[in-house]
Design a protein around this ligand. Structure first.
Ligand code: SF4
Length: 218
């Protein structure tokens, strides 16, 4: 009888241990979920005051899209529409970008969109070096969490900061660069530039074709 009770208690003990380990595993898996990580990260930085741009922003524009996207698009900074709505690329330039992506068959579920700077520079002026230094770690953390295979940098600022260069976008665009062992960078023009320089549209579309070819080869 005593043996039976001991065996029964041992089974209960092992089952409890299994349940505890399973709960721990589920917790750890949840913690590693990019969606959860991104949300936690956003909650931790949404009241950021690391540079003066917080004084004039309406909303922080954190980023939007699939947290497991193979392709990340990185622009410069929010404009007026983005600041008002708290979402990236929702103005005229965003519309142009989305139409161009659609033409190449790059669907929304494949992308995550963010900017280097999360708060709008007043009057859409260029971001200052100290603003870029203050905000860049946020983009780096987003890249770390999402771990995209391809980053398409849109325009001079995001291209220069991620490639750590001072070369101009016209020389850098349309080529493939290695960011690290798992991620490549393909720079192109910022879609806002295409509104004023129509001849660049065809080149922009060519660059997106290169992005698509690389996406297809993953
Ligand atoms: S621009 Fe970036 S660093 Fe500056 S206040 Fe906004 S989130 Fe913070």
């Amino acid at each position: 009888m005593q043996d039976l009770i001991s065996e029964y208690l041992e089974v209960v003990r092992l089952f409890r241990r299994y349940l505890e380990e399973k709960r721990g595993m589920e917790k750890r898996e949840k913690k590693q979920d990019p969606q959860v990580l991104l949300e936690n990260f956003y909650q931790s930085m949404k009241n950021c005051k690391l540079c003066n741009l917080y004084k004039t922003r309406t909303n922080i524009v954190f980023g939007e899209g699939n947290p497991r996207a193979p392709l990340m698009l990185v622009g410069e900074a929010p404009g007026r529409d983005e600041d008002l709505r708290g979402k990236p690329f929702v103005g005229a330039a965003g519309q142009l970008l989305r139409e161009s992506l659609k033409k190449e068959g790059i669907s929304n579920d494949k992308i995550y969109i963010a900017n280097v700077i999360k708060c709008r520079p007043p009057g859409n002026r260029d971001p200052k070096p100290e603003e870029i230094s203050a905000c860049l770690p946020y983009l780096r953390e987003q890249i770390k969490i999402i771990n995209p295979k391809i980053i398409c940098t849109l325009g001079k600022f995001s291209t220069q900061v991620l490639l750590n260069t001072i070369q101009g976008i016209t020389r850098l665009r349309g080529k493939v660069y290695q960011l690290n062992d798992t991620t490549i960078i393909i720079p192109t023009f910022h879609p806002a530039a295409l509104i004023y320089r129509a001849p660049w549209k065809a080149t922009f579309q060519e660059d997106l074709k290169l992005v698509k070819r690389n996406l297809d080869n993953l």
